[in-house]
Design a protein around this ligand. Sequence first.
Ligand SMILES: [Zn+2]
Length: 362
Amino acid sequence: MKTPIRPSLGTKFRLAAALGLFVLAGLAVQPAAAEERAKDLFGAKKLPAATAAQSIGFYSKGCFAGGVAIPMDGPTWEVMRPSRNRRWGHPAMIAVIEKLARDAAADGWPGLLIGDISQPRGGPMLTGHASHQIGLDADIWLTPMPSRPLSMAQRESMSATLMVDEKTHLVKDALWTPAHTRLLKRAASYSQVERILVNPGIKKKLCDTVKGDRGWLRKIRPFWGHDYHFHMRIGCQPGSPGCKAQEATPADDGCGEPLAWWFTQEPWRPNKNPDAPKARDLMTMANLPSQCRAVLDAPGPASAEAATYHVGGAPVAVAAPEPEAPSLPATSAAAGLPSALNAFSATPEIGVPLPRPRPPGN
Ligand SMILES: [Zn+2]
């Protein structure tokens, strides 16, 4: 069989030109809704959907309504990369982050530097992250909050500390402290937190050094990246019937064979097809749960401020909500959550999810 002839430069050029025209045509005329890239639609939303809090779909394929923002600054936290506008989450997620910030400070961690949570209405992001789509994922830096307040400009530019050697995939011992271990242990101690993703080197460090109670190591899961931050994921919350739960982590500490795999060549082989588009880049509205269209179209609150949790209480009331839309104040935003829940109450016990069978190919 003859080897197919590579397209000539001219053919390539014509193809590119045709694609270029297609893109221009797409800008001029709105393509059918189902073909719109979900990341463009969700990435353009500046404010949440002002309805009862609800996560819809899966962590890597969904959206959420009734989101609230964590304030840019709290007594024991600062939001990093504020221009990204990814400080939004399900009210339960924001409550857990604020609780961790307080508890960690009591444990001796000066404060949290908070990375990406979600876009205001979740959905796939323009850049980064496959997950973080339903308001139940948050990235927290492994760098403690500096003693001097960071300016907005510093939060955009300050670089994170890489905790793991890129060649050996082991934690840099000069950087790792018992306070890092305490922070992860505290986060894992919350019943709502189902898993925490860290670099395999960090998991190994914990496996090698944690004495006594090791039950919490079950929630600490090795994954690529996550060498300057950890990723905290909470379970589906009450009031979200369309939220698809993730399978439970195995009951053991995860320090055995599954961890050893990360220290073989296999996970680190170069990607055979590095230019292949990622799922989040291709997702259209048709790929997301159908309710995500309603989330996209729902009215928003008057301002970001109107949907922000504040020190000492629940989110402030939304000013002038659309008459037909359920409003976002504490009562409805936290529908299905214990009524006492607010950012500074103790994080309620919502219950440990039942173990689910492992899906194939996990
Ligand atoms: Zn993350």
